[in-house]
Design a protein around this ligand. Sequence first.
Ligand code: FRU
Length: 515
Amino acid sequence: MITRRNFIVQSTLAASALLSRGRHLDGEPGQGADPLPKRLAADPQRPQYHFLPKAHWVNDPNGPISWKGYYHLFYQYSSTIDPQGPKYWGHARSKDMVHWEHLPMALAPTPGGPDKDGCWSGSAFINDGVPTLVYTGVFPQVQCLATSDDDMATWKKADGNPVVGSPPDGPAVTGFRDPSIWREADSWLMTVGTGFQGRGGAVLLYSSKDMLHWDYLHPLCSGPPFGRRDSTFSGQYDAVDAGDMWECPDFFLLGQKHVLLVSTQGRVHSYVGTYADRKFQAESHGLIDGSEMYYAAKSFEDHQGRRILWGWVREARTAAAQNSAGWSGAISLPRVLSIGSDGALRMDPVAELASLRGRHYRIAEAEISGFLPLPHLQGNSLEIQLAMDLGEAKEGGISVRRSPDAEEETTISYEAATQNIVLATGRSSLSPGAGGATYRGAFKLGPGEPLRLTVFLDGSVVEVFANGRTCLTGRIYPTRSDSLGVGIFAQAGRARVEAFDAYEMKAISRDRLTT
Ligand code: FRU
């Protein structure tokens, strides 16, 4: 798995990778005789209905916003398959968050400018009718603005950049990036992600009257409220991995509560709490996804008042495999966030995804014990919904991407003993570089509550929603062309299938979004 670390390290920029605004990258699909688009369009691992750039690298979703009838999505893009590659803001728009139109790059590093080594993550907002982006220029990490006067077709960087040129005085910070801006009374407020070595992460709060001059107020929220874990990497200290750097803070009102999301330790942590005196007090903590394959989540409120969340779906396969594929990463399906009757965060796939449903497969209620193959249902582009009463069974769920002899198989299940939703990808692929793992999400069933799994399969991406409370995202790279089977199972006891519906999902483009 490629991990993204040591961002503070100064990267050197290959001159060829510099892009001036409006120009295309070398090797961009559609340019010259590059065979890459053909390869991508035929790649069974490349999703058919998740958002992707035309090719190459994507990481964080940036600045999602709805504006004049379109959803706009920006994203961290690099023309190299390299987590350390110089970052641009890719840009696409959509009428429904499902079908997309690629637009020219929104932001590119300006040689000699405060973003000369990359335009890192940030947000979009509308300032008195003017679309505005706020993002981090590197290196060093500073905050910059850009505006558009042609409905987001092109962007002009502010003459006053960087608008915040250094972190506040005080102890050295582990990072200073990923700004968000909103209006409160007669001020603009801005959050910036940061942290302190050995002391955990923090979100810094700034205020401004004109967006060009910013005063540091105080931390909106800070501290290591969750357990530290050892670095999973080479033993070298890494602030993000250690939980000492909170990336991509996302702060918003949801119902009667405020919510803060921060990305660190390979996870997106969520806090539900209260905002008073410009400070956030967390009251409960959760994870947006139980897997490390989902990261850098970013939300926005759409014109219908829905709070919608996007995330980066990372790769589990080796860097060599990503390089030879010619693309890396995907953007998750959009999730609608809400506060459940229990006060916890709820996540549901947006209703618009139902427009992709094709052929429908259903089975009547059934008692099962052991494995029930569903020979008439096959595919690598499916939405599957299962409602199951586990009864006495110790584990129950769905098997997907299964070869006829089960040599390759991926399972999604509820494990009663541990009260976990489990996404097992250890046998998903025969390829040694496929990085199979078991992902777990804590999940308690209420008394008499059936397990309700919604599973989206799309090439190498699997997204699981369990009762709207726990999500798991994984990557699988089956090698066999017949690893398409689906089944239902219950282990060590009988379970009752209350409903099972599956839909073949239509592709959102003819060429896996390479055009
Ligand atoms: C999160 C992140 C951000 C940074 C961006 C750079 O994945 O590290 O903190 O702005 O990616 O691409």
